[in-house]
Each structure stands twice: as C-alpha cells, then as structure tokens.
Design a protein around this ligand. Structure first.
Ligand code: TYM
Length: 337
C-alpha cells in the first residue's frame, strides 16, 4: 500500500486555495485502491502564528467540517488533530537533534521574516520565535511518523517536504543500520492550481488578506468576493488576453476542458469582465454549493466532529506508538515506562 498524508494549519477559515491545492487532490488520492490516507488539522503549527485560543478552536472546527463536507470518507481516511498525537512532538525532538541550523536558516518562512526585518532596518531576528524557526522540523515529524510516500500540497509547501526528505535521510543514515527507518516523502503538486492567485493576483493567502473563502459568507459572499477580483480596464466588446488574467486561473480551477476553452474563446471575442465573473461564480457555486449545505449541518454539530477526530486519533496512534518505540530504540533511548 501507499500512504498519502497532508495537513492544514488551523489559523483561519478555509479558502479556495486550500481547497484546490490540497483538500480536493488529497481526497481524490484517498479514493484510489491500495492507498492509505492520513489527513490532519495542524493545530501545533497554528500556535506558531496565533496566540488567540478562541480563533484556533474556531478554525479547527471549520477546517474539520470542510474536509468532511468535501467528501472525506472516515472509513478510508485516518483523520485527526495533530495535537492528539504526542508522538509528533516527541519525534520532533529526535529530528531536531539531527537537523543542521544552517538548513533552518534557509527555510522560506524564516527567511521571509528576516528579509522583512532587514528591509525595515530592524534587528534581523526581531519577532522570530523558535516555533517559526523550527517549523519545518515539526512538519517533517508529521510526515515521517506515518511514513507517507506522497504529500499533496500547494507549491508553497514544496521546500518543507524537501527538508523532510533531507532530515529523514540523515536519520536513516545515522540510525538505520542499513535499514530505511523512514520512507522519504514526495510532494504531489497539481500543476494547474499549485499556486492559486487571490483577488489581487498574488498567491491566495490568509497573510495577504486576498482570499476567497470557501464557505464563509454563503453564496452572496462568494459573489461579492469574485466581484472584487482585479481585472484590467478593457471594456465589453474589446478582446481580452486570457493568459494575463488571474480570473481565468480561478475559473479554470473549477472548469472542465471544454469550459476552459469556451471561456478563453469568449474573452478573446470580447466577453465583458462582469459577465466573465458571473460565469465564474456560477461555476464555483455549482461545485461548492452542495458542500456548503453539508458544512452548515456539520458545524451545527461539533460533537459529531469531535467523535470523528477522537476515533481518528485512536487509529493514528495505533500506527504512531509502536513506530516511535522502534525509533527510540534506534537512537538509544529506553522504552517508555
Ligand atoms: P497551510 O495551512 O498554509 O495551507 C494548507 C494547504 O493549502 C495549500 N495552499 C494553496 N494551494 C494552492 N494555491 C494557494 N493559493 C494555496 N494556499 C494554500 C498549501 O500549499 C497547503 O497544502 N505547513 C502547512 C501545514 C502542514 C502540512 C504538514 C502539510 C503541517 N504539517 C504535513 C503537509 C504535510 C501549512 O501551513 O499549510
């Protein structure tokens, strides 16, 4: 069997980028025969960016409900909260001890923070916590603990998965005695949506405040958000360049080949941006509308979600506990008393 694993940080409400970059491909992968899947809510990662407990709680519920509304089958998928698996922080420590500081210096999230400080003339590490600095090691533990082969993610996570490979490889080399203790994971990227643009054309991201929420705000909210997607100033009747429009990229993330071709042809023939946006809304709504109803039902019953996650934690730990015991032994620690 092949293992597929992915997680989402619980710091905000899910947006279209999370859905097309990670949730949709992960659920599709989980349906293939011979695949064992592990999807989780990265609430330890959330603590790095957020010190508001109520927000983390709310986001965890919303993201859990989103996975279930999007069709995650709890019979086939092990679905859990990262913070219910104490083996993850324990493995993080074992990995921390074999990870070079230089490698962490090169991690994108850390570099972005220090570059911003440099540009602002601040002390380089101002505002950088050890959580942010070691973020990729925690993520490596998430992946390596379950020996995931494939990790469906958006492009912004590729470097983290390469780091997980490196760390896993170093650990295998030091402690495997010729055996592969860890499977080395591969990022799985869906090229066409690897970086879904947001309203302003930059990567759709909570930190840029340019997201289109998947469910929040309802059908009306979706329509209003799409209306705010930035386009050029060409008028109806004037030919548009589909390759220069991120509205087209967002449209295409929900369209089949025929709809994509028709949209392009119509834009070139002068379709107005207003009409183009209406078509985009209709397309997304056809996809998201039925899920939104399931989502509303689920968020109204947090106790059902809680039961699902507790069962998921039990299944995940049935894998994690014996494997961590093996890893403790490999590095020379005693079995847990
Ligand atoms: P996070 O929570 O920022 O994003 C969750 C997933 O959504 C993808 N994504 C996008 N894909 C395409 N276009 C976009 N605009 C876009 N925005 C977000 C992300 O690439 C990601 O796949 N560190 C991770 C969470 C994590 C994880 C893991 C992932 C923790 N442990 C282990 C995989 C395996 C993160 O913060 O993702």
């Amino acid at each position: 069997t092949e293992r597929v694993l992915t997680g989402i940080t619980t710091t905000g409400t899910p947006h279209l980028g999370n859905y097309v970059g990670a949730i949709r491909p992960a659920i599709a992968a989980s349906r293939a025969p011979g695949v064992e899947s592990f999807f989780f809510l990265a609430d330890y990662h959330a603590l790095i960016k957020c010190d508001d407990p109520a927000r983390i709680e709310r986001s965890r519920l919303e993201i859990a409900a989103t996975w279930l509304a999007a069709g995650l089958d709890t019979e086939r998928v092990t679905f859990y909260r990262q913070s219910d698996i104490p083996e993850i922080p324990e493995l993080t420590w074992l990995l921390t001890c074999v990870t070079s500081k230089g490698q962490m210096n090169r991690a994108h999230a850390y570099k972005a923070a220090t570059d911003a400080n440099d540009a602002a003339g601040e002390e380089q590490d101002a505002g950088v916590t050890m959580g942010l600095y070691c973020y990729p090691i925690l993520m490596a533990a998430d992946i390596l603990l379950f020996n995931a082969h494939r990790v469906p993610v958006g492009r912004d996570q590729v470097q983290h998965i390469e780091m997980a490979r490196d760390i896993g490889q170093r650990f295998n080399h030091l402690f495997g005695q010729g055996r592969e203790l860890f499977v080395l994971p591969q990022a799985e990227i869906e090229e066409s949506v690897a970086t879904l643009p947001g309203l302003d054309g930059r990567k759709m991201s909570k930190s840029y405040d340019n997201t289109i929420p998947l469910f929040e705000g309802g059908a009306r909210g979706l329509k209003d958000a799409v209306a705010r997607i930035v386009t050029d100033s060409r008028l109806p009747g004037e030919p548009k360049d589909p390759e220069q429009s991120h509205l087209v990229t967002i449209h295409d993330a929900f369209a089949d080949a025929e709809q994509r071709a028709a949209f392009r042809a119509d834009l070139i023939a002068g379709l107005g941006w207003g009409d183009a946006k209406q078509r985009t809304v209709a397309l997304i709504e056809a996809h998201v509308g039925p899920m939104r109803e399931r989502y509303a039902e689920l968020t109204a019953h947090p106790e059902r979600i809680e039961a699902v996650l507790q069962e998921g934690a039990r299944k995940a730990r049935a894998v994690a506990t014996p494997f961590l015991a093996e890893l403790r032994q490999a590095v020379g620690l005693r079995p847990m008393v």
